[in-house]
Design a protein around this ligand. Structure first.
Ligand code: ATP
Ligand code: MG
Length: 431
């Protein structure tokens, strides 16, 4: 083999392996999410990772960061333009329409999985990242807006995150109100043309609302003084927003109104919200969503009110880790390391391990495999982090017993009959 052929192939920049040392935190988060969705009566939907490019171009909007510069788009072998999904909402709407889920019925759906965006990788920002999202269809009133916000708030509360996140809220109003506001905004920006950066100048005609979203400090004063969408809402949207706020107040959910919160995607109307944290540096948004009543129709379906959000799992797991909020029990390894002291005890150990797993379904037991000297076997027991080693040697074989060795506390080892072992472990390992 030539030298270059032997060069190790590495993962793609911004696409991470999730190693065994990380996965308990992810599993802890995912288990909480799954349980929560179940409790709120949301049903899971899974859609393909690849869709036709047109789906995203038509839903997310041509003049957005995602469609302009972040999509992984390629021609497949038939010459069809396909895209790795950059977000979940468009796919969800496509699937719901395709399978008639929106016809004369309401839906509360959730999903989770990888998303792909060609961004500059940094802490909390990757090219393959993972989201959990919810999407609801067929509900017009602000009660569902409140319900999805309460669902997210409960997740934070139950994970111990509620004190570390802030809910930012805004209303974008109806499409008509936004169009009228847009003209005012463009007129204002034109008066301040000299302050606009290149990106903003480009957006002035295509997507002026997005300029409000800019984090360029040189434009901050000008943006803060810009006319506010909140002052130009249509009456119905204003009423919708007032009701939503009253519901959140009644539920004891705190929020701040952020008039510059317009969200990066074109399809939002009325309610938009973000949960942000200051504990992660600049990638501070952990969950973002809102109402998108126009999207189903825009994709060829009947007008259907819709509300949803997506949260970034990497950022949330990082937050849990930073704040040390993953319980020890969720991180722990196994309870028991069962080891034959030499190869003559292998079969007995194997069958005993299976018996214990039948009798104690919650027990986490690792069986020593792979032989080795007694010393190396004990080293592996130690490395397993199990508090208890169960040993079977010549003597134990002869009398159908085992020896319990306590690896993490000062305690005499103990000989126990194999028949009594399950009962003994049930007491020693309290779960
Ligand atoms: P940002 O302003 O941080 O780029 P966004 O508005 O592009 O976020 P959304 O499309 O609303 O993000 O996605 C919802 C959530 O998914 C974000 O709040 C964030 O937690 C997460 N997310 C988005 N892009 C990435 C990424 N490249 N890497 C990791 N997480 C991401
Ligand atoms: Mg982005």
């Amino acid at each position: 083999m030539s030298k270059s052929a032997a060069k190790k192939i590495q993962a793609i920049r911004g696409m991470n392996d999730l190693l065994p040392s990380d996965s308990p935190r992810w599993q802890f988060f995912e288990a909480n999410v799954r349980q929560l969705m179940h409790r709120y009566g949301f049903e899971e939907i899974r859609t393909p990772i690849v869709e036709q490019t047109a789906l995203f171009a038509r839903s997310i909007g041509e003049v957005t960061d995602i469609v302009e510069k972040e999509m992984y788009t390629f021609d497949d072998r038939n010459g069809d333009s396909l895209t790795l999904r950059p977000e979940g909402t468009a796919s969800c709407v496509r699937a719901a329409m395709e399978h008639g889920l929106l016809h004369n019925q309401t839906q509360r759906l959730w999903y989770q999985g990888p998303m792909f965006r060609h961004e500059r990788p940094q802490k909390g920002r990757y090219r393959q990242f993972h989201q959990v999202g919810v999407e609801t269809y067929g509900f017009e009133g602000p009660d569902i807006d409140a319900e999805v916000i309460l669902l997210s708030a409960r997740l934070w509360r139950e994970l111990g995150l509620l004190d570390h996140v802030t809910l930012e809220l805004n209303s974008l109003g109806s499409l008509e109100a936004r169009t009228a506001y847009r003209d005012k905004l463009v007129a204002y920006f034109e008066q301040h043309h000299d302050v606009l950066d290149e990106d903003s100048k480009r957006r002035l005609t295509s997507n002026p609302l997005r300029i409000l979203d800019s984090k360029n400090p040189a434009m901050a004063d000008m943006l803060n003084a810009a006319p506010q969408l909140m002052d130009h809402l249509d009456d119905a949207s204003r009423e919708h927003f007032e009701q939503l706020k009253a519901m959140l107040d009644a539920a004891g959910i705190e929020y701040v109104i952020n008039p510059r919160l317009v969200r990066g995607l074109d399809y939002y109307c009325r309610t938009v919200f973000e949960w942000t944290t200051t504990a992660l540096g600049s990638q501070g948004t952990v969950c973002a969503g809102g109402r998108y009543d126009g999207l189903v129709e825009q994709l060829g379906g009947k007008p259907t009110p819709a509300v949803g959000f997506a949260m970034g799992i990497e950022r949330l797991v990082l937050l849990l880790e930073t704040l040390n909020l993953v319980p020890e029990a969720a991180l722990g390894g196994c309870d028991v390391y069962l080891l034959p002291m030499d190869d003559s005890a292998t079969v007995t150990a194997l069958t005993l391990a299976e018996q214990l797993r039948s009798e104690l379904p919650a027990l986490r037991l690792q069986l020593h495999c792979g032989g080795g000297s007694f010393k190396s076997r004990m080293k592996k027991a130690d490395k397993s982090a199990a508090p208890i080693a169960v040993l079977i040697g010549e003597d134990e074989l002869a009398e159908n017993s085992v020896t319990l060795k306590f690896l993490r506390e000062e305690r005499e080892q103990q000989r126990v009959a194999q028949a009594d072992l399950a009962a003994m472990l049930r007491e020693l390992v309290a779960h």
